[in-house]
Design a protein around this ligand. Structure first.
Ligand code: GLC
Length: 586
């Protein structure tokens, strides 16, 4: 069973990546590139923190987070040291997919506050050196968007061509897979006697990017927010906007490779270049795409600087590694990160994440959530995330080691994706007990529980009834407790952020994997000019020894999630989930 955004995500794991470019003398080349000022960008050097607004902090007692709640926590954000915030959608919406179904792109859903609140929140961030990244959801709108309502009224309506339609007199449309709807990607509208296309839920009709008016509407929306001062855009589901509008019948089983069949359509690059000229360049903003195509070449074509399209993207190649409770192997994990780094050593820039609102919690998926190892294993994962090349994206709560919740019964789920998948699994005749076990482990609802601020009622998130159950472990895992504890996940996260910001080698330095076949310890170096650091990460719950010739030449320990480090000649004995970064002597 796969999960949430399931097909899409897993597919990207199985995708076969073609090699883009051979990298020789990697360290030297990278040093040269990184010392080139046009290569350096704030969005490469930044540390991004993702806020799921409805779960962050509620100030009006309605059980949903709001902008004033974020304003209340601006000093917290500043203390984290992060320099960018991406906030999930907060626009007017019927909230079928928690805001990824927008009914008015220029208006704010009242539960989050007003436009003035938004401005105050963003200004407050920017005054603290934090840039703001807006989530732009324009592969589809909500079915309650005025454009769609009008489009449904008649084929003569000027908004009809804002969407993709299949006139019913041509018979039934060729099957399209929908990521959320077990019934498929077309739905019939009686009033215009046509089927409309929806890649996600039926309440999320796909916008027709072939229509230049639609594209102008999108740029107009982006300009609206750019004028308010947003610094960047996260383009939701962007690789799907261009379609082969003849809608050919894809072969049976094609949906397993969803990104290949439905992504990177024929005009995508034309649209991106147009968007660059209309918005990105004139407003001096950047854009990051969700998804990076199916091959390395696709990813380069999206983000390389000379393309003048997007500036960065995040790929899903490792998301599936731990999507079942059985987990993943360290060599697979290393391989994914190493090959992507190699392919982007000279050109292009990617974002790196290990968790977000579409996946379950970081520590459950890649670490060890048991009380004994939760703290050290989250610290180890945060050390990894913040010491790799690529802009690190941290999801709210992962700076504390927030964990999954237990939701064994489908009745408790509210997520359109979980419910859709359940329907699809049932239709396929799957073993529903096994399905629920996996859903409970990897559902994205795990990562949407309220932020755990303190040990007061509802973790200090709300004085009302929280929209989603607070994780029972909030009395021990919360900001207030961790701020006081020098060894907490939170304080380690802050140290790690500072270390990255203070050491350009962690941003731009060349990455070299060491000891590739070691299934317990991930070792690599980062090198920039005359600075070199060694990163050692024990991914297991027991001690593990690593022997590397360069250990004899190590200098200062820059960060360590244990008090000490046991080293003898060229061998280090790492404690369970121990994570260290050591600078190298010359
Ligand atoms: C993206 C979002 C996800 C949403 C989907 C449909 O994948 O990250 O949360 O459900 O698009 O907009």
């Amino acid at each position: 069973m796969k999960s949430i955004l399931p097909t899409l995500l897993i597919i990207m794991i199985i995708m076969s990546c073609t090699k883009h470019k051979k990298t020789q003398g990697q360290a030297d080349v990278t040093s040269e590139i990184a010392s080139n000022d046009t290569f350096k960008k704030w969005w490469k050097e930044g540390v991004l923190y993702q806020i799921y607004p409805q779960s962050f902090n509620d100030t009006d007692g309605d059980g949903f987070g709001d902008f004033r709640g974020v304003i209340e926590k601006l000093d917290y954000l500043e203390r984290l040291g992060i320099t960018m915030v991406w906030m999930n959608p907060f626009f007017e919406s019927p909230l079928v997919d928690n805001g990824y179904d927008v009914s008015n792109y220029k208006a704010i859903h009242p539960r989050y506050g007003t436009m003035d609140d938004f401005q105050e929140m963003m200004d407050g961030m920017q005054a603290r050196g934090i840039k703001f990244v807006l989530d732009v959801v324009v592969n589809h709108s909500s079915n309650e968007h005025e454009w769609f309502k009008q489009a449904c009224s008649s084929r003569d309506n000027k908004y009809y061509n804002y969407y993709h339609w299949w006139p019913a007199e041509k018979g039934k449309p060729p099957h399209r897979h929908s990521l959320f709807d077990p019934e498929g990607g077309w739905d019939y509208v009686e009033s215009n006697n046509s089927y409309y296309l929806h890649t996600f839920a039926e309440e999320q009709p796909d916008l027709n990017w072939e229509n230049p008016k639609v594209r102008q509407e999108v740029y107009d929306i982006m300009k609206f927010w750019a004028k308010k001062g947003v610094n960047g855009f996260r383009m939701d589901a962007f690789q799907f906007v261009s379609k082969d509008t003849t809608f050919p019948q894809f072969p049976k089983g094609h949906e397993k490779d969803f990104a290949k069949w439905y992504g990177m359509g024929p005009h995508l690059h034309d649209y991106l270049k147009e968007m660059y000229n209309e918005v990105i360049e004139p407003y001096n903003v950047f854009a990051v795409a969700e998804g990076a195509g199916s091959t390395f070449q696709d990813a380069h074509d999206l983000v390389d600087a000379d393309r003048n399209e997007l500036q960065t993207a995040y790929h899903f190649d490792y998301v599936g590694l731990s999507r079942t409770p059985e987990g993943y192997t360290l060599s697979e994990f290393k391989e994914v990160f190493t090959k992507w780094d190699r392919e982007f050593a000279e050109e292009g820039w990617l974002a790196i994440f290990l968790s977000n609102h579409d996946n379950s919690r970081l520590v459950n998926r890649f670490g060890n959530p048991s009380p004994e190892f939760r703290r050290v294993s989250t610290q180890m994962l945060n050390t990894f995330l913040l010491s790799m090349r690529g802009t690190p994206y941290t999801y709210y709560g992962d700076e504390l080691g927030m964990t999954n919740i237990d939701m064994p019964s489908i009745e408790e789920y509210v997520d359109v994706s979980a419910i859709g998948e359940y329907g699809m699994a049932k239709a396929r005749g799957e073993d529903m007990e096994a399905f629920m076990k996996t859903l409970n482990y990897n559902s994205r609802e795990n990562a949407r529980t309220p932020m755990q601020w303190d040990d007061s009622q509802n973790a200090g998130f709300t004085t009302g009834i929280p929209w989603k159950r607070v994780n029972d472990n909030y009395t021990s895992i919360n900001v207030a407790a961790q701020e006081k504890d020098p060894n907490s996940v939170l304080n380690h996260f802050k140290k790690m952020v500072k270390l990255r910001k203070d050491n350009e080698v962690l941003v731009y330095g060349a990455y070299t994997l060491l000891d590739k076949d070691n299934e317990e310890v991930y070792s690599f170096t980062r090198t920039l000019d005359d600075q070199k650091v060694l990163v050692l990460l024990n991914f297991t719950d027991h001690e593990s020894e690593v022997t590397l010739p360069l250990i004899e030449n190590t200098g200062e320990i820059l960060i360590n999630n244990y008090e000490d480090l046991v080293t003898k000649a060229n061998t280090v004995n790492l404690k369970p989930y121990q994570a260290v970064i050591i600078s190298m002597n010359h």
